[in-house]
Design a protein around this ligand. Structure first.
Ligand code: SAM
Length: 278
């Protein structure tokens, strides 16, 4: 999803799906101000042949260097990342795929047209994944639940990537698009909407000291890599899950070092080095 989004419609669908009530005028105004021309899917049938981008680039580096054989993506949309990620066994989960999954389903590539909660509760079936990409409903509580569920489907050498973990400005950090749409009214610039996924970093920092993480902030959307490696210098920042849930963009600015920002290549190298001996 992320900043700048040609994918802004996803964001809107996501918010609609969350039951938030958007007035038609507000919806149209947001679209007018934020929507760029969508890339038109080309190719045979409904195959969403779009150019690969930073997500699959990062995933493919990890897949190659870690020898990943299984991949789970939560929130797939047109499959821009999913179809470009080269892993033998793949599960795609999205309540509203923007293509016909039946055309691409086979024994190793499976599509689950349902919410992540439904998938984890009823369909995951004890499968373990080497790589997981969390890019579904961009709301902290849902992403936190996806993360906890996904952890149960991982092993010592798995990596979880969480999308959109650093908002581009205060408007971008609003958990709903109505808040983000105030940007134009108050003289803000830019178009991004990341939601409040940044809270995930503080939840992981404070409540999962046996996991390490780093947030890539170059070459595409800010994404956080999470892997199993205990943090030695652990000290909670907020020590309250409620406090994390109530965080604002200003709180984030006060604790920016908690993001563990890292350049893309250095971040991927760090994960690979940490997992090499496991
Ligand atoms: C940002 S898009 C995913 C983009 C995709 N990962 C990519 O890299 O091109 C977010 C997707 O999450 C899906 N979504 C919304 N709520 C969801 C839920 N509860 N569980 C799983 N997916 C969800 C939306 O239908 C939408 O297609």
């Amino acid at each position: 999803m992320g900043a700048g989004l040609p994918d802004i419609c996803n964001s809107i669908e996501t918010v609609r799906g969350s039951g938030k009530n958007w007035g038609n005028a507000m919806f149209k105004s947001f679209l007018k101000n934020n929507q760029k021309k969508q890339e038109t899917p080309k190719g045979e049938g409904s195959r969403p042949l779009q150019k690969a981008h930073f997500s699959s680039r990062r995933l493919n580096v990890l897949a190659e260097k870690l020898g990943a054989k299984s991949y789970l993506e939560i929130g797939v949309h047109r499959g821009r990342t999913f179809f470009h990620t080269s892993v033998a066994m793949k599960h795609a989960v999205d309540p509203k795929f923007k293509f016909d999954p039946a055309e691409f389903e086979d024994e190793t590539t499976r599509f689950f047209a349902m919410t992540s909660d439904d998938y984890f509760r009823n369909h995951a079936d004890g499968q373990k994944f080497d790589l997981v990409f969390l890019d579904g409903l961009h709301v902290f509580e849902q992403t936190f639940r996806d993360f906890c569920s996904a952890l149960t489907l991982t092993h010592d050498r798995s990596v979880i990537i969480i999308d959109d973990t650093y908002p581009s400005d205060v408007y971008s950090a609003c958990p709903d698009l109505a808040g983000a749409s105030l940007r134009d009214q108050y003289g803000g610039t830019g178009r991004g909407w990341h939601g409040d996924i940044f809270k995930m970093i503080f939840a992981i920092h404070d409540f999962f000291p046996m996991l390490s993480y780093a947030t890539i902030n170059t070459g595409g959307n800010p994404q956080t890599l999470v892997w199993r490696q205990a943090r030695q210098d652990f000290k909670p920042v907020l020590n309250s899950l409620e406090g994390v849930s109530r965080m604002t963009w200003f709180d984030l600015q006060r604790h920016l070092d908690t993001m563990n920002f890292i350049e893309e290549k250095a971040g991927l190298d760090r994960v690979v080095a940490a997992l090499a001996d496991k």
